[in-house]
Design a binder for this molecule. Structure first.
Ligand code: EPU
Length: 431
């Protein structure tokens, strides 16, 4: 299993270019199934989650051509099967988007229950409620979700809690349904808007994405397009926090500053400087930070996917900070690991209290999920001494070239495969 060796402390200096958004890409790639022509996608992040979703499309029969590292062409016309087996679906959470896309195109889908980060209970009842509202019959047997419809018909769908996944899946299923679907209390994340823009560019008629009411007028046919995926809000936010935590000075390029407002506001509140440009932000770290409290909320609130990274930063601030996690039931597991690096924080259910002014020191830790892993990398760069971070496959699900991007700004990170270590190193460790 590969791990990272990080020597700290580092002061990150220079610039970094943000890749395409993971959570937009994992919705847009399956959405190509709905097209009757070839689509070209640009700015696709080269991460394991997009590789898995591409592999699923290939298994379904699509033709996928990689034009270069971040551009792919997908021809969905040869797709003949509508079943996604457990061996593929278990590898990522967003495999559930295959249900909406296959149902929307072929009126049927059989997809195994999805995998993904363990953040607590992750039900998909709202997705199923949406499919049923559109007229599908949904059965779950042996962890396979089986959906069938004679015809999908547009209807109002009220989501009793804001769900990114349910909003995406209902959009995918409804885009070619007959008549008008209205999603009320829809998610407003940037990747919802990006998916709507992509579908509209193919000929869909979706209005209101980015507000809490999305109207989808069904269309009979979607064509081929070339589309560029938006920059990743959370990757950008992670580098912003990394710049602040290492008291560095980093220009973060290829971002949409509006998407980063909630993160910028919190960084400024604790004392970092954030300069905004048209498509870049510069974060200048301070020698000392002051405490703040954070409540994670659906967009435009503070994103849960930035909570662990900010937790590490707040442990270095002066005073006691409180984070309330309002999206996921189990997103403080990283604290057990970062406590080994000197973070003083305790969680009680959905609330964690961070005692500030912690002096971080390097330690061996293991990534518990994607964003937890990112938080551990930030802690290790800010810490004095050597850290080892195991289970970095979690991080590689969502961050393109993270090691080379950080090393180019002065970090000292080496990625090692346990089996690649020189034999005498292994012997020395065993001794
Ligand atoms: N929920 C339900 N029923 C449902 C769906 C969701 O009760 O049918 C609940 C969930 O249990 C959770 C809340 O609603 O408490 C929000 O879940 P949501 O559906 O919005 O999350 P998701 O679509 O499964 C996406 C991102 C996550 C991100 C969340 C929240 C993707 C592929 N994943 O998950 O990203 O944390 O939205 O913003 O888009 C990550 O990138 O690290 C990550 C975990």
């Amino acid at each position: 299993m590969d791990k990272l060796i990080i020597n700290g402390p580092t002061r990150l200096m220079g610039e970094v270019t943000i890749s395409g958004a993971k959570n937009a890409a994992v919705a847009i790639i399956p959405a190509v199934i709905l097209s009757d022509e070839v689509c070209r996608l640009e700015n696709v992040p080269d991460i394991s989650d997009t590789k898995i979703v591409i592999e699923i499309l290939l298994k379904l029969g699509a033709i996928v051509n990689r034009i270069n590292k971040n551009t792919i062409e997908i021809d969905p016309r040869p797709i003949r099967t509508t079943t996604v087996p457990h061996s593929l679906a278990k590898r990522m959470r967003a495999s559930y988007y295959l249900i909406g896309a296959l149902l929307g195109k072929f009126n049927k889908a059989r997809v195994s229950m999805p995998g993904g980060c363990d953040l607590g209970i992750r039900p998909i009842d709202l997705h199923i409620k949406g499919f049923e509202a559109l007229g599908a019959e949904v059965k779950t047997e042996n962890a396979m979700i089986d959906c069938k419809a004679v015809n999908l018909i547009g209807r109002p769908v009220y989501l009793d809690m804001v769900s990114v996944g349910a909003t995406v899946n209902i959009m995918l299923a409804a885009v070619k349904a007959y008549g008008l679907t209205v999603i009320e209390n829809a998610a407003k994340e940037p990747h919802i808007v990006d998916l709507a823009n992509f579908l509209n560019s193919m000929g869909a008629d979706i209005r209101g994405a980015g507000t809490d009411i999305i109207k989808i007028y069904g269309v009979p046919r979607l064509g081929g397009v070339t589309y560029s995926i938006i920059p990743d809000q959370i990757e950008a936010g992670t580098y912003m926090v990394a710049a602040a935590a290492t008291r560095g000075n980093v220009l973060i390029k290829n971002v949409i500053p509006k998407h980063l407002e909630s993160i910028t506001a919190k960084l400024e509140e604790i004392g970092a400087i954030v300069e905004e440009y048209d498509d870049a932000v510069r974060v200048i770290g301070a020698e000392e930070y002051t405490k703040c409290n954070i409540k994670t909320m659906p967009h435009p609130g503070f994103p849960t996917d930035m909570q662990p990274q900010f937790g590490v930063l707040l442990s270095m601030a002066k005073g006691t900070s409180i984070i309330s996690e309002n999206i996921w039931g189990n997103r403080f597991k990283y604290l057990d690991e970062v406590r080994r690096m000197g973070v003083m924080a305790v969680a009680d259910g959905q609330v964690a209290v961070f005692e500030g002014s912690c002096k971080l020191t390097g330690a061996p830790v293991a990534a518990t999920d994607l964003r937890a892993g990112a938080a551990m990398i930030i802690a290790a760069m800010a810490a004095e001494g050597r850290s080892e971070i195991e289970n970095i496959y979690h991080v590689e699900r969502g961050y393109e070239d993270i090691v080379s991007k950080l090393n180019a700004m002065g970090a000292d990170i080496t990625r090692v495969s346990v089996d690649d270590r020189p034999v005498n190193t292994v012997k020395a460790e065993l001794a």
